[in-house]
Structures are given as C-alpha cells and as structure tokens.
Design a protein around this ligand. Structure first.
Ligand SMILES: *[C@@H]1O[C@H](CO)[C@@H](O)[C@H](O)[C@H]1NC(C)=O
Length: 271
C-alpha cells in the first residue's frame, strides 16, 4: 500500500470520527419548524438584554410638535435604529422597555411610528473550531487537525469575530409601543428590569432627571433568520406560535455556544 493511500484511509477514519470537516450531511440535516424556531427565539429574547429599536421619523407637520424637537427638517419617513435595553419581564414574547420620553425612538413612537426590535444571538463561548476561510484538500485539513490550527482559545472571547455570526440566529420583532398600565408604579416590574440592567435604576419612572415610562413592544409580526438556510428556518414565524411558547419550553433548549467546545457547523443540543 502506498504511503499516501495508507495516510488517506487513516485520516478519513480518524477525522470523520472526531471533527466535522463539512456541514452536516443531507441525511442527518433537518430544517427546524417555525415553532421550534419560535422556541429558540423566545430563549434568545430571555437571555439577550440588548436590541436595536427601529422607528421611522414622522413628517415635518406631525400633530405633536414635541416629537419634532431638536431634529433637522426633511427626515420624514427615514428609518432609524438605535440600541435599547430590553427585558423579558412580561414573559409573553413582548419585550419590556424603559422608555425615556426625550429619546428619538420614543419620540417617533409617540408620533405614531411602528417599531421593530432586532435581536441576535451572541454565544457566550467562542467555538472550539472555526469555519475555515479557504477550501482545503483533505491533506491540508488533516495537517490542520494534527497541529490544532483553527482551534480557538476560550480566553479569546473578547474578540467577537471568533464565530460566524451569519450562521447564528437573529430576528426582528415588528409591532408598536404601548404603555404598561400601572407599570410605572410596579415595584415588581422595576426589580425585574433592574435585575437585567442594574444601571437603569437611575432612570426608573419618577427619577428627577428624565421622564420615563415602562412600555412593551406589542409584537405583531416576527421575521426569523436561524442561520444558514440549508439547516435553519428562515422566514416569518406565525404570531400565535411566538406567543404560545412557554418558559418551560424555552428553558429546555440550548443555543449554539452556550456550552464550551461547540462546533460552528453543528447546531447542538437544541432540537
Ligand atoms: C403600523 O403598522 C400597521 C400594520 O401592522 C399599519 O396598518 C399602520 O398603518 C402602520 N402605522 C404607521 C404609522 O405606519
């Protein structure tokens, strides 16, 4: 037997058993349903304290002049996204937000804009192996495997580029802002929000600096991209599926990279 043949059969056998060199095979791959994606999305909502809130500027003659203060003319219809603190205090899929009245997003909402919140899943641990940037022969991959190339040190977590974000779930909750009745007086709601965002205690409703109110984003549509389309659901999640998901259901699944040593190509442990 030629050395290369020997090496090839050894490499094929040992590598196949230990690392996923290629995407899951078609035989084992199953695209999650929209409901399974809703469960993952509800887990992301529960575990992710930040989102990007998007609104649209009202026209220059919007009825409430306070919503047009301090902004240039001619912005009507312009979309506008800004980071916002979110919390899953409602537990019903409608994120809780502490709205500061002078913030542009909430001025736009007060002037009638619909609102969307964009969230993405960021794994707490980097993957043990990265998706490679170049197509390699099995010899190259075997060599990489032997020398440990592509392995990511867990200390490198501060570098957000240690994972493929395109392969991870993100979604957008579309709807409108609604004040939470009795929310500003609710100690329970304040505690829930401050548990997620300790610094927000300085701008709770009734503080001396800024007028603020607890609001919810009432979700009416959900657009989901679970990752690469050959293994993830991409599309609209029906509202009734989004709201039906229980805490027990989202607590029972896990997202990529919640545990150390995950592989970027694999969607582990969830379905
Ligand atoms: C908000 O979205 C709804 C559809 O969900 C639409 O009917 C309504 O006109 C929108 N409002 C504004 C101000 O664009």
């Amino acid at each position: 037997m030629k050395l290369s043949t020997l090496l090839a059969s050894w490499a094929t056998a040992s590598l196949a058993a230990t690392i996923p060199l290629s995407p899951q095979t078609a035989a084992t791959r199953r695209i999650p349903t929209s409901y399974e994606s809703a469960v993952l999305g509800r887990r992301i909502l529960a575990l992710t304290p930040l989102g990007t809130l998007s609104t649209v500027f009202p026209d220059d003659h919007a009825p409430n002049p306070s919503t047009r203060e301090n902004r240039p003319a001619g912005l009507a219809g312009m979309p506008h996204g800004l980071m916002e603190y979110l919390s899953d205090c409602g537990g019903d899929g409608n994120p809780t937000i502490l709205a500061i009245s002078i913030e542009t997003s909430f001025k736009n909402a007060a002037a009638g804009s619909n609102v969307s919140a964009s969230l993405q899943w960021t794994p707490p641990h980097p993957p043990a192996k990265r998706i490679q940037s170049e197509a390699k022969s099995w010899v190259g991959r075997a060599w990489d495997y032997l020398v440990g190339a592509g392995e990511v040190n867990d200390e490198e977590i501060a570098d957000p580029s240690t994972y493929s974000a395109a392969n991870l779930p993100r979604f957008s909750l579309l709807g409108y802002i609604e004040q939470i009745e009795g929310g500003d007086e609710s100690k329970e709601l304040a505690k829930c929000f401050v548990d997620t965002h300790p610094d927000a205690k300085y701008w709770l409703p009734g503080n001396r600096i800024h007028e603020s109110h607890f609001v919810r984003l009432v979700v009416t549509q959900i657009y989901w991209i679970g990752g690469f389309g050959d293994r993830a659901f991409i599309g609209w999640i029906p509202l009734e599926e989004w709201t039906k998901v229980t805490k027990a259901e989202w607590e029972a699944v896990s997202l990529p990279g919640e545990k150390k040593g995950w592989k970027e190509w694999k969607f582990e442990g969830d379905l």
